[in-house]
Design a protein around this ligand. Sequence first.
Ligand code: PGA
Length: 252
Amino acid sequence: MRMLLIANWKMHYGPMKAGGWIRAFRRERLPKELDIAVAVPHVSLAAARASLGRASIPALAAQDAFWAPDGAFTGEISADMLNEFGVQYCLVGHSERRVHLGETDAMVAKKAAALQAAGISPVICVGEDEAQYKKGEVAKVLRAQVTAAIANVKPDGKAPLVLAYEPIWAIGTGKPCLPQKAKEAHEIIRSVLQKKFSPSAAEHIRIIYGGSVDARNISEYVTTTGVNGALVGGASLDPRAFALLCRTANPA
Ligand code: PGA
């Protein structure tokens, strides 16, 4: 299975800066054996696409989409609108949206299904917070989140499903989850996928890790069984640093 590395700019880089990042990243030596994507703010999609032209490295990703195809939903963006920019992946249910905007598992499920129906791979983000971690509730939280989120999606097809395990306490803190703990969490997530789909379908679904990943620790994750890539926030803001991270993930 090809590894997937996604840069998540979060709320950084409007259209004035997005093109510069893309051009600087593309000047770097990039491994062909990995899938690389960049999740940019909606307002930067046009500029990012203009800098990319028809190129697909990095693939373009969005950070959110609404579930309805159109209608009276002020401020929202549909999956079909994302298609106009050639978006290949879209994050869904990032913990920052769950925490600051009250996104629920039910909303995440509707968004994931709408994206997949529009041909865009949903990258469903799940993960426990610090209190849940300390109480030993990781398995319970992950099972509930994943079961709800995948209610209406298919494992594969034109827009294959991706899961991202992002323990909230590890995001932006410089305190990454130990690879062994990430491995256990990925096993829990994969067991839910196995039950919902089939063991062989679940084997082919990429589960990526996110939370304080950088060029120094990426190799620990990509060499951990069951970890199929990474979602990278802070360490993706510098295009050269993110390119180095990509090369480190694939030293060949
Ligand atoms: P971080 O963010 O790499 O800055 O911890 C990861 C994420 O939230 O996707």
